[in-house]
Design a protein around this ligand. Sequence first.
Ligand code: F3S
Length: 298
Amino acid sequence: MWVSDDGKAAVYLAASAGFCFGVHRAVDTVYDQIKEGKPPICTYGPIIHNEMVVADLKRHGVVEIDDEAQLSGIREGTVVIRSHGVPERIYEQIRGQGLKLVDATCPYVKKIHQIVKEKSAEGFQIVIIGNAHHPEVEGIMGWCSSPAIVIGTEEEAQKLVESGIQKPLCVVSQTTFNLKKFHKLVEIITQLRYHESAILNTICNATEERQTEADAIAQIADAMIVIGGRNSSNTQKLVDICRKECESTFFVQTFDDLNLRLVPSRGIVGISAGASTPNNIIEEVSKQCRKTILLNRC
Ligand code: F3S
């Protein structure tokens, strides 16, 4: 935390802001492949939800594959699987086409793949708490031997309870799901008490820590700045969490999106950032805020 000389303004940067371990690993993996110098190098989907990083990789010749149809057209080279993971059939397709597979799936996501694969084979109904259209959830679904149910709202959880489902449930979560919401949905699902259920909180610590810290800062802040990619779901969740506590929450991709005139020049300005936000962008926002709010206050 940086405080102005008169003690009337402060900028508080969350310690947990920025790349998580899994994203770091995935981005490093692609740059390592570039260094190896054996093109063409493709990533299955953008390696992270950050336009700046993706653009830099493109400048280095990295090609993004968006779906299975596009993958079918790749005849040579390396395919890197991003931290979100992919369905099992994509591994088979990459290998079947004789391509080199480099797996940068985050180990925490990989663990969920193993759980749902085993539990669905044992006859459990897999329930994924998360967003059905998020690539991580699509990937998890692709490791289940029978169709998974995805729920993201209390209404959907209630519907599941009312469906009279008879199979034992195995409940897992998207790694970046909101922790409080996860507990709420589990509370509803566990009304199905007669079932032998396995409830597994697979929200990763990095997400939990980031959300808890952003929540705590937002509670005392007069304005919050959340930095992250437009398509980053974990950043969007941070924005939602912060907005609940602090009305003046600004969602920016880079410093250029931030209108500092809207940020109060007194009180506390908190800064947090999603798991796919590079450090240089966080540093730039933090530096400019300190310069403007702490040094040039009127
Ligand atoms: Fe992995 Fe958690 Fe990041 S699951 S990709 S370390 S948010």
